[in-house]
Design a protein around this ligand. Structure first.
Ligand code: WT7
Length: 563
């Protein structure tokens, strides 16, 4: 494979929803974005705007989704999605769900997962989607944190819900029970709860570098951000077939798997099952996917599969996007050479509710950069006093507040919320970056201990806490170790309690213990036993920084030896 390395990739000729960023960058306002179409007498409902609106506007027969899992195939129109959502909503109401209640959805990536989320939002409750790979502790911590009252799950995942340890949880409903439950349909009834833009809609739990995961609460106003970014960045048009590979338990899977594409009336692919290069390519060919949103780890896995793509016709793809972790220039060049399209990086966070730094389809791409600020967004690179640094200098990546998708609060924790806004007028991301003269932003690293493995955000504290629950583990320090495919892997340094001997079996047992308790992606891929862990002298806090430095030193030595 010959890789041609251009510095800048010009846009492909096309008819894009946003042709000229420079023209609107100074004129666009977030009020423009909220648009007339989502409001009814000054009230809004994200579920109505996302699906029901299309039925009212005459697009009820359009295919809303194709579902594929192994050999199974199902398709639903927007009308069918609306009707199923209504049914779910009636069942929830019958079980006493009221405006503002937290209702969790713990389902695999199926149409019912999307429908359940919408039904919760439709009746004014707050939807808490959970990633399908979460295990007992992860499920319990999240529902307990915001006192969830109802959970929608299935028979298999329901096994992982320790009900007796979640006192607020009054009701658990299985999706197949909901489907079969009879409810009264009152003619002319208004199921949709019309709410204010500041009312809560969605809660996503995400990791920080310390403490338990935080509940990031989004309000209904966020849909205007989802809508404009879906239009301009995803570039969704009526004839597009759109596939986002993320599960709605992650914010990418909810905002850009469900809300943004459906707000723009796209036909969405929902794919169940695990990653397999051939299956993914087959799906693109079968459904003629035109827009594809995934993550660098997936692209790197596809790249390493090399010729797998040769047997498929992927010519339907016109636009590819990436998010979650740094996108290597090699990957962009691979896609350019093999698929004839560019990969457009996007940067945002669970907390930001939508894209903030993007490569628009009609703009040049500088491989290695995450792109330029979204219209209406101002980036600041700040020093430790909150002062803006000159272009080209590395500092803290911050965004001028406010914008439509910005989180409303961290559930029940004002201090953790305020920490994002410690510099007046700015939202502090926790990333380090620089911006060049053409506005392009270049990611450098995180500014804290957060681990990013395959685009999934993992808090070291959560993993450490789980590790020390294992009878053999004395202390634990967890870091992200650089990895060519996954970006980083979770690596744990531990000490053993007296009476335990290091062995492969023991380390495997510890790994499985974390996997079963938290989630597979949080389980350390490497565990190293130490005599003692580096600590601060005064507080005795484990120094992850030193563990990281140790790994970096080893990698450097290995490179010199040429390993
Ligand atoms: C962190 C946010 C909501 C997006 C999915 C991840 C990292 C995100 C990029 C990118 C380099 C990126 C940052 C950020 N990140 N996008 N394009 N290039 N790093 O959301 O789980 O809330 O994590 O992911 O470090 O702070 P998240």
């Amino acid at each position: 494979m010959t890789i041609v390395k251009e510095k800048i990739l010009a846009p492909l000729p096309g008819n894009y929803n946003l042709e000229n960023y420079d023209e609107i960058r100074n004129t666009f306002t977030w009020e423009d974005a909220s648009g007339e179409l989502f409001w009814k007498a000054g009230k809004v409902n994200a579920a109505y705007a996302t699906v029901d609106r299309h039925v009212d506007e005459g697009y009820g027969d359009k295919i809303a989704l194709h579902y594929a899992n192994g050999d199974e195939r199902r398709s639903l129109t927007f009308r069918e999605v609306k009707e199923k959502t209504d049914h779910y909503a009636r069942v929830l109401k019958k079980h006493g769900v009221k405006k503002g209640d937290r209702v969790f959805v713990f389902l695999p990536k199926t149409p019912e997962c999307y429908i359940a989320i919408l039904s919760v939002i439709k009746i004014g409750a707050i939807a808490g989607p959970l990633f399908e790979a979460f295990m007992e502790e992860a499920v319990k911590d999240r529902i307990n944190d915001c006192n969830g009252t109802l959970l929608i799950t299935d028979r298999e995942l329901g096994e992982r819900v320790p009900r007796e340890e979640i006192p607020s949880l009054e009701t658990v409903l299985y999706a197949d029970e909901i489907e079969a439950e009879e409810v009264e349909v009152v003619p002319g009834e208004e199921l949709t709860e019309w709410v204010g833009p500041e009312d809560g809609m969605l809660i996503h739990y995400t990791s920080g570098s310390t403490g338990k995961p935080k509940g990031v609460l989004h309000a209904h106003r966020a849909v205007s951000h989802h809508y404009v970014s879906g239009k301009w960045v995803l570039d969704v048009k009526d004839d597009d077939v759109y596939w986002c590979t993320s599960h709605p338990g992650w914010v990418t899977g909810s905002v850009y798997g469900l809300f943004a594409p459906w707000l723009n009336r796209a036909t969405v692919i929902i794919q169940g099952g695990r990653f397999k290069a051939e299956d993914w390519y087959r799906l693109i060919e079968e459904f003629g996917v035109t827009i594809w949103y995934s993550a660098p780890t997936a692209f790197r896995m596809l790249l390493s599969k090399g010729d797998a793509l040769k047997q498929f016709d992927l010519s339907s793809l016109r636009h590819i996007l990436s998010v979650g972790e740094p996108l290597n220039p090699e990957v962009i060049h691979w896609a350019w050479n093999e698929l004839g399209v560019r990969i457009h990086d996007t940067w945002w966070m669970t907390e930001t509710g939508g894209h903030l730094i993007v490569n628009l389809p009609a703009e040049p791409i500088k491989p290695g950069s995450m792109g330029r600020p979204f219209p209406g967004i101002t980036v600041g690179i700040l020093d430790e006093n909150g002062q803006e640094l000159p272009r080209g200098e590395v500092g803290q990546l911050a965004i001028k507040t406010p914008w439509a998708g910005l989180m409303k609060e961290i559930w029940g924790n004002k201090d953790r919320f305020d920490a994002y806004f410690k510099y007046e007028g700015w939202y502090l991301s926790g990333d380090l970056a620089y911006q060049d003269e053409d506005d392009y932003v270049f990611f450098q690293s995180r500014d804290d201990d957060m681990i990013n493995s395959s685009g999934e955000r993992i808090g070291p504290f959560e993993v450490e806490s789980k590790l020390i629950e294992h009878p053999a583990v004395g202390e634990a320090g967890v870091i992200g170790k650089p990895d060519p495919v996954r970006g980083e892997i979770v690596k744990a340094f531990i000490t053993l309690r007296p009476g335990f001997q290091e062995s492969d079996e023991l380390l495997e047992d510890i790994r499985v213990f974390v996997k079963k308790g938290l989630a597979a992606h949080a389980a350390p891929r490497e565990i190293e036993v130490m005599e003692e862990l580096p600590k601060t002298v005064i507080s005795g806090k484990i120094l992850r920084r030193e563990l990281k430095a140790l790994e970096a030193k080893r990698a450097e030595e290995a490179a010199i030896v040429g390993e």
